[in-house]
Design a binder for this molecule. Structure first.
Ligand code: DGY
Length: 321
């Protein structure tokens, strides 16, 4: 019998991440990777001290009240916590651990990939090449939009937004941003602050959504906001799908007001709006923002360290509630 605390993996990770966690915890797995399966398995266990979930397993207040009393922490393998009822967890005395900071650079890399892929029509280029339909270089083939020297509007200038800005400066972009709070000058690094999202949109040849998903940001990128973008702007979303009104974005993409979109996230994912699948001007990835091996291992290590501290009665920096 091990004396390591039991961590229940409601969403199994992968071998290297498990190795990292199992040095500190006894890992227990579910046979059925669903919420119902997790809750049923947990109800038969009285020794589970923590639960690990991903953003693919939302835990609302009803699920949280059903967790065994022994559970002291929920670890989410994500920086976003919008799939968890933080207040309900707090009420039960359960700490929610998440993975801030360690994935910012990888997500910023992905945002640049989306921006470049969308503006330079990478999807259409790949189709041409892989479909064996490329008949050779042509002067007007798949003409896209420049990225260099354009204005990049960043909605949400947290760590991911700032990492995107750092990269975009290398492309000689002029950086504009809107954030709940204005950054201090040193962090701002000459980026131009707008005190409203509408003002930011009006200055964004590229409009990049990097804000945290909260009830306040839900649906903010709607038809009225998209109409404020300059003609032919490109929209990038690295945050959460439901910040964008899909029908409004699709209409703007269809009428050309928005030239292209680079999307990593979708409302209701893994389902996506069927129009996105059809549109050549949507360069989409299946929520891969943090998907590098090194980052995913850093995320596991951060949860391991935070959980070890919490279970030892100490503070942890990555507690979300
Ligand atoms: C997260 O971890 O919340 C992000 O969506 C990573 O892409």
């Amino acid at each position: 019998m091990s004396d390591k605390p039991v961590l229940f993996m409601a969403c199994p990770l992968f071998a290297q991440a498990h190795a990292l966690l199992s040095a500190h915890f006894t890992l227990r797995h579910t046979t059925e990777n669903t919420l119902a399966g997790t809750l049923a398995s947990l109800s038969a266990m009285a020794d589970v001290e923590a639960l690990l979930v991903t953003l693919a397993m939302p835990l609302d207040s009803q699920a949280i009240v059903r967790l065994p009393r022994s559970v002291k922490a929920i670890c989410t393998y994500s920086v976003g916590t919008n799939h968890l009822d933080l207040a309900a967890a707090k009420k039960r005395g359960i700490k929610v651990l998440y993975t801030p900071n360690v994935l910012s650079e990888s997500c910023a890399d992905a945002a640049l990939l989306l921006m470049l892929g969308a503006s330079r029509r990478a999807l259409e280029g790949l189709r041409l090449l892989k479909g064996g339909e490329w008949s050779g270089w042509a002067p007007d083939q798949l003409l896209g939009k420049d990225v260099w020297n354009q204005r990049l509007g960043i909605f949400g200038m947290g760590r991911i937004g700032q990492a995107i800005a750092r990269r975009a400066r290398g492309f000689d972009m002029e950086i504009h941003y809107h954030n709940r709070l204005r950054l201090p000058p040193a962090a701002e690094q000459k980026a131009i602050y707008h005190d409203s999202l509408a003002a930011l949109a009006a200055h964004s040849d590229y409009f990049c959504i990097a804000c945290p998903p909260t009830p306040e940001t839900l649906g903010l990128v709607d038809a009225a906001l998209l109409a404020r973008l300059p003609e032919g702007a490109v929209v990038v979303n690295i945050s959460r799908g439901d910040i964008v009104n899909d029908n409004a974005l699709i209409a703007a993409l269809n009428d050309g007001h928005v030239a292209a979109a680079g999307l990593d996230v979708y409302a209701g994912e893994p389902e996506i709006h069927p129009a996105y699948r059809q549109m050549d001007n949507v360069f989409g990835l299946p929520h891969l923002g943090s998907a590098t091996l090194a980052t995913r291992l850093r995320m596991a290590a951060l949860l391991r360290d935070g959980l070890s501290s919490i279970l030892a009665g100490k503070a942890a920096a990555n507690v979300a509630n």
